[in-house]
Design a protein around this ligand. Structure first.
Ligand code: KIV
Length: 312
């Protein structure tokens, strides 16, 4: 299989690339990744934006929500993703309490994503209540992506993982929030779990791109969680997810086959074994029967060190 991106260009994606795509009406692709192999795979597939999402709390770390995820955990994963990706724009998702306490803390934590995590930008959740924080992070020279609609860090306030902006009033408020975030300077906006019509209204009114997840076909781009797309997360599949594979089942079948092979002594087979050279085997067998002196092997300590590459 080709290791080349599907995209026509190998150039590094920047925030300007995304704005250009919106103006040209070219769809933007975004996916999450959380480690080196997923970053390599997503980047090679030609995805424009890789989000190191705090969804890692649920799909990688096994929590019920994203709330327990810490800055240090995010950075640990961000660094691995940065080592694997070459072309995609890398966005670090600011975890719960990394930006809500004060603008100063927000700037410091956003800066850590760039300085330590190798990210190009950060994402944070919320509307009008986040404007001063967003402006502070932008003043530090850090590009910010917004996130409206279902904002999982507010899951308890929202009463669960449920669709947002479903009433006229809530929809109007979301459109206003989107315009305010754009005025504040965000370079793109994630819209999560909102009606198609609301996402369309926002997309038509904004000059910056909208990236939808459970927000219908009218957004400028789409984002999915890596584990959802590949069918790796077995707890539940949100209705808006298209599973392009069922890797959970593939992995289960492979692991069961391994257990069966070892149990039946089919693994390792001849093709997996490594034997000794005949003269070494003969000497070893002599040693087993007669002991070191008689077999002419001398002391075994230095031989072991030599084999391991630590010998003289
Ligand atoms: O954390 C995440 O993966 C996200 C996406 C769902 C947009 O915020």
């Amino acid at each position: 299989m080709s290791a080349q991106p599907l995209s026509s260009s190998n150039d590094k994606v920047t925030v300007r690339t995304l704005l250009r795509k919106k103006r040209r009406g070219e769809p933007i692709t975004m996916l999450t990744a959380y480690d080196y192999p997923s970053a390599v795979a997503v980047d090679r597939a030609g995805v424009d934006v890789i989000l190191v999402g705090d969804s890692l709390g649920m799909v990688v770390l096994g929590y019920d929500t994203t709330l327990p995820v810490t800055m240090d955990e995010m950075l640990h994963h961000a660094k691995a993703v940065a080592r694997g990706a070459r072309r995609a724009l890398l966005v670090g998702d600011m975890p719960f309490l990394s930006y809500q306490v004060s603008d100063t803390e927000a700037v410091r934590n956003a800066g850590r994503f760039l300085q330590e995590g190798g990210m190009d930008a950060v994402k944070l959740e919320g509307g009008r209540e986040r404007l001063s924080t967003i402006r502070a992070v932008l003043r530090a020279g850090i590009p910010v992506m917004g996130h409206l609609g279902l904002t999982p860090q507010s899951v308890h306030q929202l009463g669960g993982f449920r669709a947002q902006a479903t009433t006229a009033q809530a929809a109007a408020r979301l459109v206003e929030d989107a315009l305010r975030l754009q005025d504040a300077g965000v370079f793109a906006l994630v819209l999560e779990a909102v009606p198609d019509e609301v996402a369309q209204a926002v997309t038509e009114r904004l000059e910056i791109p909208t990236i939808g997840i459970g927000a219908g076909p009218h957004c400028d781009g789409q984002v999915l969680v890596y584990h959802d797309l590949l069918g790796l997360y077995d707890r539940f599949v949100p209705r808006f997810v298209k599973q392009y594979a069922r890797l959970h089942q593939v992995i289960h079948d492979a692991l069961r086959a391994y257990v069966a092979d070892v149990t039946a002594r089919r693994f390792p087979g001849p093709e997996h074994r490594r034997g000794m050279k005949p003269e070494q085997l003969a000497a070893f067998r002599a040693w087993l029967q007669q002991g070191a002196e008689a077999a002419g092997l001398g002391g075994t300590g230095s031989a072991a060190a030599e084999e391991a590459g630590h010998g003289p």
